[in-house]
Ligand binder design. Structure first.
Ligand code: NCD
Length: 359
């Protein structure tokens, strides 16, 4: 069975199939209406969401399927202390596929260990957000006509922005990608993405301190919000909150053919004066999110019993009773998930669930 927890759970070919199906759905919407009748999607949202939850709901409705679930865990048995594994065991009796968002990192991966239906990670803490990645890939494809060969600038909160982490992982599957990281020191990309993704797969990246110095090189500018809710220290948040703002003057430095993406919600990092610029793709990106989620639901249910489309063959986890994951927001420090680890090629030991460096 195929779950989507991390963008690398999909092969490049599977990503291509989902993107092409999404494009076919856009071109022939009537052909797919009703294709999921009698199927049910459960949306389990332990953390706030507008776009992601509603786009899953709208996607399933477009396909003629039904949706059940909760948008506030306080209204479910979670408030009585039910574990995430027990919740998915139960919901698997009622739904054919589950989309789950959780503030605890690794919660969805832990849930797959007992689930009888495909689980889609709709965001886990500041770790991953693979369906936003599919949305971003479809948007780049539609805006520029290609994904290979792009230079993409990521701007803002690269430390806590899970959409950034997942998109960089997925882009490592494409050819001739160049990444430029535009962030203040406090919000730099985590080392595990730089080392395990960029350096291991050979994506050239460079870190710069201002938008101006790279604006003219970019094919895609990926803006992000400063993730206030993930800061432990309010003062640190106040120092960086207005760091990088896109305005019309900065847009005038960019190429004529270029796309500005943002997973949204935006706060103040893109001024509304940019919205009318034809390169501002963020509201088109929202709609792409619905189409790509339709395609994903169709594919996951099609692949469910197909041995050709399982999860990638995993390394055996390293178990060591002496070691603990240092991340307080990881599932193994919040539920009874085992502390287990994965050794990366450069010899670093990382948490199996949240990728934090352990040793
Ligand atoms: C993002 C998220 O939730 O990670 N939004 C989204 O899913 N479209 C980005 C954010 O919250 O800033």
């Amino acid at each position: 069975m195929k779950h989507l927890i991390d963008p690398t759970d999909l092969t490049k070919q599977e990503i291509d199939e989902i993107i092409s199906l999404a494009q076919d759905i856009i071109a022939h919407r009537e052909r797919y209406q009703g294709s999921m009748s009698h199927k049910k999607l459960a949306t389990l949202f332990y953390e706030p969401s507008t776009r992601t939850r509603l786009s899953f709901t709208s996607a399933m409705m477009e396909l003629g399927g039904n949706v059940l679930g909760f948008s506030d865990a306080r209204s479910s048995s979670v408030s009585k202390g039910e574990s995430v594994q027990d919740t998915v065991r139960v919901v698997g009796c009622f739904a054919d596929v589950i989309a789950m968002r959780h503030h605890i990192e690794g919660a969805q991966l832990y849930a797959t260990e007992v689930s009888t239906v495909p689980i889609i990670n709709a965001g886990d803490g500041s770790h991953s957000h693979p369906t936003q990645t599919l949305t971003d890939l479809l948007t780049i494809q539609r805006e520029l006509g290609h994904i290979d060969g792009i230079t993409i600038g990521f701007c803002g909160d690269l430390r806590f922005g899970r959409t950034v982490h997942s998109l960089i992982k997925a882009l490592s599957r494409y050819k001739d990608i160049k990444v430029i990281l535009i962030a203040p020191d406090e919000l730099k990309l985590p080392d595990y993405i730089k080392q395990d993704v960029c350096e291991r797969t050979g994506i050239p990246y460079r870190e710069v301190a201002t938008m101006e110095e790279v604006m003219g090189e970019l094919d895609v500018l990926y803006m992000t919000r400063v993730q206030k809710e993930r800061f432990l220290d309010e003062d640190e948040f106040d120092r960086v909150k207005d760091s990088f703002v896109l305005d019309a003057a900065r847009m005038s430095l960019a190429k004529k053919k270029m796309a500005v993406l943002h997973p949204l919600p935006r706060v103040n990092e893109i001024l509304t004066e940019v919205d009318a610029d034809p390169r501002a793709a963020y509201f088109r990106q929202v709609e792409n999110g619905k189409f790509v989620r339709e395609a994903l639901i169709v594919k996951l249910l099609e692949w469910k019993d197909d041995p050709e489309h399982g999860m990638p063959a995993d390394e055996t986890p390293v178990e060591d009773p002496e070691l603990r994951c240092p991340n307080k927001k990881c599932i193994c420090n919040n539920e009874h998930a085992p502390h287990r680890f994965r050794r990366t090629e450069n010899g670093v030991l990382r948490c199996w669930y949240c990728d934090s460096k352990v040793r």
